[in-house]
Design a protein around this ligand. Structure first.
Ligand SMILES: [Cu+2]
Length: 268
């Protein structure tokens, strides 16, 4: 019938629109990673760091609220890591698309059990979105960088997932006592030891002092080391140990070990 007559004007309109869009959106200077993550749904201010040989999994669609978040939204991994995304079915149609085009899961999907993975070989900051919900804050970032290194392999491996470890072993050699704050800020809450790594001389007494934040904590040696405190929550609690033998002493808070609440004392 009259089907052919409307096609030409429609095509002309389409061309015009495209031109307008291009002139209206000039290239913007790339925003900082902090700015990018600032309005990412579910971001708590700290990327979760993974060690070598880990295979992090990111949930696509959160169970809470409207589901429009990656969980966790930001992670830090060493080069050579495979990152896995698993669709939860929450939040409707989703995909995983790098802003710079590095990776792209393809067409959107709302099917729980859908998976996608990407092998991150090169260091860099990879921002990504779920395209249907980009403007609703469904954004994330994969930060690929070498893990922090202090030069002490035992310490580095033990603390690789502790968010407040930056490769520094705080030097308190030559002092009688040294203090470690227990329940310091880090690991997604008040789940850190500060400093996470400490170097002391033999005969030094190390004192752990509780802030009272982050729930009950304890100090427990890895393996059969000497540290074994009570599990307590009260601010002002303390636990101490005098180190007689040189060595590297690794410990954690049992309830929060998985979150990265770990510490190390190097005794010289
Ligand atoms: Cu704890």
């Amino acid at each position: 019938m009259s089907s052919g007559s409307s096609s030409k004007p429609a095509a002309e309109t389409g061309t015009e629109t495209t031109t307008e869009t291009e002139t209206a959106t000039p290239e913007q200077t790339p925003e900082s990673l902090d700015d990018w993550l600032d309005d990412a749904n579910g971001y708590d201010g700290e990327p979760h760091r993974y060690g070598p040989e880990s295979r992090p999994t990111i949930m696509v669609g959160q169970e809470t609220d409207d589901g429009l978040a990656f969980s966790p939204p930001a992670i830090e991994v060493p080069p050579g890591t495979i990152v896995q995304w698993d669709w939860t079915g929450h939040g409707g149609q989703q995909n995983v698309v790098a802003v710079d085009g590095t990776f792209d899961s393809g067409r959107t999907n709302a099917q729980p059990g859908t998976g996608y993975h990407y092998f991150f070989e090169e260091t860099g900051e990879y921002r990504y979105v779920s395209e249907p919900h980009r403007d609703d804050g469904m954004k994330g970032a994969i930060i690929v960088k070498e893990p922090p290194s202090s030069g002490n392999t035992k310490v580095d491996e033990w603390l690789v997932e502790s968010s407040n470890f930056d490769g520094t072993i705080v030097d308190r050699t030559g002092t009688d006592t040294a203090t470690v704050t227990t329940g310091a800020k880090g690991n997604g809450g008040e789940f850190a030891f500060d400093p996470p790594a400490l170097k002391v001389s033999t005969e030094t007494t190390v004192r752990w002092e509780w802030t009272g934040e982050g729930g009950p904590h304890n100090i427990v040696s890895k393996g059969d080391g000497p540290l074994d405190s009570e599990l307590v929550a009260e601010s002002g609690s303390d636990y101490q140990h005098t180190f007689e033998e040189p060595g590297t002493y690794l410990y954690s808070c049992k309830p929060h070990k998985g979150l990265g609440m770990r510490g190390a004392i190097v005794v010289e």
